[in-house]
Design a protein around this ligand. Sequence first.
Ligand code: NAP
Length: 282
Amino acid sequence: MGKRIEGKEIAKTYRENIKSLIEEKVSKGIRRPSMVAVLVGNDGGSISYMKNQQKLSESLGVKYTSIVLDESITEEELIKNINELNEDTNVDGIILQLPLPKQFDEKKVTSSISYKKDIDGLTDVNIGLLYKGDKCFIPCTAKSVIEIIKFVEPNIEGKKAVVIGRSNIVGKPAAQLLLNENATVTICHSRTKNLKDVCKEADILVAAMGRPGFVTKDFVKEGAVVIDVGTTMVEGKIKGDVVYDEVIDIASHLTPVPGGVGAMTTTMLIKNTCEAWEKNVR
Ligand code: NAP
């Protein structure tokens, strides 16, 4: 029987470290870290995500400001707002809540965020730096995945890792992070042949597909570390990509859904904010 990885427990260690780092600097007269969230329109998912961000930020001593803009704003005005935040020396991190209403060019608006404040790791500069293996802001879900893996498997080097999913926000950065840790990485997607056989080779298996219950025990090598990123609503409940009850018998470690990767992401966002803040107040 493998071990259940509690995302909340791992996040707790990061939170304690973040809190004490902030209090130490504040006691020396340095201002608190500051994050600004920008929302266009009134997407329900984004609003509840922002509430969580605010609650956790404030509990750790990070100043959190939300800017809610009407959907009727033009793209030019939105970018002007972001540029003002880019230039504000009291703002360390900017997060643009996605998805934007469909009249906006999401790539163009995201690219207008200064890469130095891009705590979601979505600008071309941060993506490029990640692929070069340089220090950068990493998308929070992918960052959660690698931090969880490192927590349970400190020796990633030379391990066979398989990532199912190749999105820019999860699959590709997670695979790149594993490669940067010297794993031998295979990225799978909807056109991959013999997916089950490829996965069965993996010492580390990351499922980021959004296909609830797709990964059964037949995909998993004995003793593998399995990270389930999938979150799909099924009959009012969040389901992962992995069949937990089967795979826990085979894997060495497995993240539950909910309570695994998702329990880490907001903490990683705040960690990114603190990294930006440390550079700004140095
Ligand atoms: P996405 O953009 O839809 O990408 C899904 C990926 O899975 C694609 O690369 C797709 O392949 C691949 N895929 C789909 N069906 C497949 C199949 N039958 N066989 C092999 N590959 C298949 O999704 P995403 O944004 O990366 O998110 C992935 C999952 O993670 C979703 O459930 C999402 O809700 C969840 N998520 C969770 C968190 C969290 O905090 N826990 C955060 C973000 C996302 P193709 O490229 O060939 O289409």
